[in-house]
Every structure is written in C-alpha cells, then in structure tokens.
Design a protein around this ligand. Structure first.
Ligand code: LCS
Length: 403
C-alpha cells in the first residue's frame, strides 16, 4: 500500500491504524486480554523500563486499542491519540493533565452540560477556577485571559446552540498568552473540521458520536501533537484509569471506515431538514451552521467542510409544543446522544443540559423550548415526513392554548 499519510481522507478512514498481524487478517484482531506474558523476568523488567517495545497490561496499552488510536491520530493530523472510556473521561484526562490548583480555565458557555458541571464541581474543588465566555465573541475570550489562565477550552459548533468559535483567532490568543487551546471536535469529526490546521494544541472527541457512528459504544479520545505531551498524558490516563477497552476500540475502528461516507449524508440531509424547518410556520428559529442566516455562517464556511448533522430549533409554541412534537415523531427516536446512523430528537433543557441549571443555560443561550435533532442517514424524505407528522400536533397545542 502507499504511505497512508499521502492518501485522501476517505482512504485513511478505511486503512489507517491497521498493522500487519499474525495470520494476515485484514481487520485488526481483538486482543481481549487484560495482561500480556513476558518472555522472561529480564524482558518484563525491560518493558517496564521502556527499554523494549511491547505490551504489559491493557490499561497501559493494547494492540487493538492502539490501532484505533493511531487511526484517529492520523485522521486528525495529530501525533498520537489516547483512547478513553468515554468522552467525559477524555475531558477529565485533559484537565487533570493540564491544570493544577490556582489555575484558571476559560471555557465556552455552549458546551456539553456535564463538561460545564465537571469544571464547576470537581475541578473547582481541586482549586481550578473557570471563566465561562461566549466563545463566538473573540473579544470576550481575549478579555477573560488573566495571568493564571492555563487552558482555553472550546466546543465548536457548541452543544446544543451550534454557535461557532473562531479556532484560528482563539489559538492566536492562547499562544500569545502562553496558554493551550483545547478543541472538542465531537460535533464535526475530522471529516469536517481539523482543529490542528487552525492552531489547536489538543483535540478531543466523544467517540460515542460520529467517530463510532452506530450508537453502540461509549468512548472518548484525546489527540496530541507531540511525543512529550503524549507521554505526559499517557501517564495521567494510566493513573486516572479511564481507558477504553479492546472490544469498544475494535467497534470504533470499524465505524471509522465509513466516517467520510456517513458525514456526507448527515450534512446533505441536515441541510434539507434545516431549510424545511426554517420555512415551517410553527418554527421560530433554526440554529444550523449551513443556513446563511446563522450568525457565524462565514466562519463556519472557513473552518468546516460541511455544516454537520445537528440542528437545534425553537418552536413558537415553546416547551409544550416541543414536548408534543417529540411525542409524535416515530423515526426520530426520543433519546439523548447524537452522531449515529439513526435520527434522534431530544430536549436539552430537561435532558443533556439539565445538570447545568436554568441560569447557566440561559447564559449559554439554551432556551427552555429548544429542541435538538441529530439527523441520521435514513432517506431524508422519510425524515421530513416524520417531522411533518410531529409538527402537525404542535398546531393542535397552539389551538388548545388559545382556547
Ligand atoms: N463532548 C461533547 C461535545 C458531547 O456532546 C458529549 C456527550 C461529550 C463530550 C461526553 O461524551 P460521553 O462521555 O457521553 O461519551 N454528549 C451527549 C449529548 O449531547 N447527548 O448525550 C450525550
């Protein structure tokens, strides 16, 4: 095969991370083992001392996990990756590796609820203080930096408002001030956005979403740009222990093979659905980076290859209308999570972002009536028909309220 680095993204999705294995399988075997036999006492000692390459214990490394990690690192254009047991384990690993008591973190307000909660609870207890900013406003980010800022952490597009942060602009602020920029790239996947190309220092994902793509794994990953950071992060992950297991790594690696194809369909269908929703009389506001009316439309076009598969919208009838809609769709399943082949619908204020509390939600622009869709790869006409069915019931609610 050609050098994997010289191939197109779609080719990398299929081939990256795969090595030569005994018996020549085309798919990496699942090394479902917790530990590895040493050839001798001296061999074991040499492995522990780092004088020889090999595997010791699956928390410290495993060939199936490593194959998946190498694939993600290759796709993101990073140096190496660390597979974690969940997206939250990845987020925690990053903060545990980069911060200490007395440090300040700047975090976007439009972040996954539990990320905000982690910073406001456990990290706060450890003496790390967080300043929350509207990361789509670069001046607000700049003004928040102080002498103790160690990390700037952004999600772009943000969960669930889909506001966009300027990765290149924020990376420049981070570097001018001797801090690091961490980008949660979950909503885009490397098929649509490569944060390292815009200056990010660390990229992370909830692999539970688009990378795996089939709603059957909980996993996370941290991608770094150099060996020194990799070693430091590996040490921290090894101590915290939040590693992924071989079988889930195998599934994610398998899911990645179709990532490029899936993302194309997610984007194409989400675009059609966003346009449909925008023209619907029951809908007051559609948040989707592919619509020219999105406040950061031009920025999205600069740093993203496509709009992604997530759409948030508000109904004129508020939360009650949203509830009625969610109860009356059939193909869109009422469930949290996103990025799988099946379409999902959920209500951030009472579900994914409930832990943040009403005030923090309001500051982050998450109104109580917001509904979020994760558009899957079903036929888009079926999906629009399903939404139509739900939105018909919304009209019933408005009439009932008026009476
Ligand atoms: N980062 C982002 C952007 C996420 O959306 C999530 C999960 C995480 C990190 C955490 O990943 P996990 O530990 O769940 O693998 N987001 C979810 C969501 O919006 N609905 O359900 C989970």
């Amino acid at each position: 095969m050609e050098n994997i680095e010289d191939t197109y993204f779609e080719t990398k999705c299929v081939h990256s991370g795969i090595k030569d294995y005994e018996y020549g399988p085309v798919v990496p075997p699942i090394y479902q083992t917790s530990t590895f036999k040493f050839k001798s006492a001296a061999h074991g000692a040499a492995l522990f001392a780092g004088e020889e390459k090999g595997y010791i214990y699956t928390r410290m490394g495993n060939p199936t996990i490593e194959a998946m990690e190498d694939s993600v690192a290759e796709l993101e254009g990073g140096h190496k990756a660390l597979g974690c047991g969940s997206g939250m384990a990845a987020v925690h690993t990053v903060f545990a590796a980069l911060t200490q008591t007395g440090d300040n973190v700047i975090c976007c307000r439009a972040a996954y609820g539990p990320t905000t909660t982690l910073l406001n609870s456990i990290m706060k207890r450890y003496g790390v203080e967080t300043t929350f900013v509207d990361a789509s406003n670069i001046e607000e980010v700049q003004n928040a930096v102080n002498g103790r800022t160690r990390v700037i952490y952004i999600e772009t597009p943000g969960n669930p408002t889909l506001s966009i942060a300027d990765i290149e602009g924020i990376a420049a602020i981070a570097h001018k001030n001797g801090t690091m920029l961490v980008v949660d790239n979950t909503f885009m996947s490397p098929a649509l956005q490569k944060p390292f190309e815009f200056g990010a220092d660390i990229v992370l994902h909830s692999m539970t979403k688009f990378l795996n793509g089939h709603a059957d794994v909980i996993g996370g990953v941290v991608v770094v740009k150099d060996e020194e950071t990799y070693r430091e992060f590996r040490k921290v992950l090894n101590q915290i222990g939040g590693v992924i297991d071989p079988f889930n790594s195998f599934l994610v690696h398998r899911g990645i093979k179709t990532l490029a194809l899936r993302m194309e369909r997610h984007c194409e269908s989400a675009m059609k659905i966003a346009e449909y929703l925008e023209s619907h009389q029951a809908v007051s506001n559609v948040m989707f980076p592919g619509l020219p009316g999105h406040p950061q439309y031009r920025l999205a076009r600069k740093q993203q290859k496509g709009p992604g598969g997530l759409i948030s919208f508000k109904l004129k009838g508020g939360y009650r209308a949203g509830q009625n809609m969610m109860n009356n769709v059939k193909l869109f399943q009422l469930a949290v999570s996103l990025g799988g082949v099946e379409s999902l619908i959920q209500h951030p204020a009472s579900m994914t972002h409930a832990s943040m509390g009403r005030e923090a939600r309001s500051d982050a622009g998450i109104c109580e009536g917001l509904v979020r869709l994760s558009v899957g790869i079903e036929n888009v006409n079926d999906l629009i028909h399903d939404l139509e069915r739900g939105l018909e019931k919304v009209d019933d609610v408005r009439e009932a309220v008026m009476i």
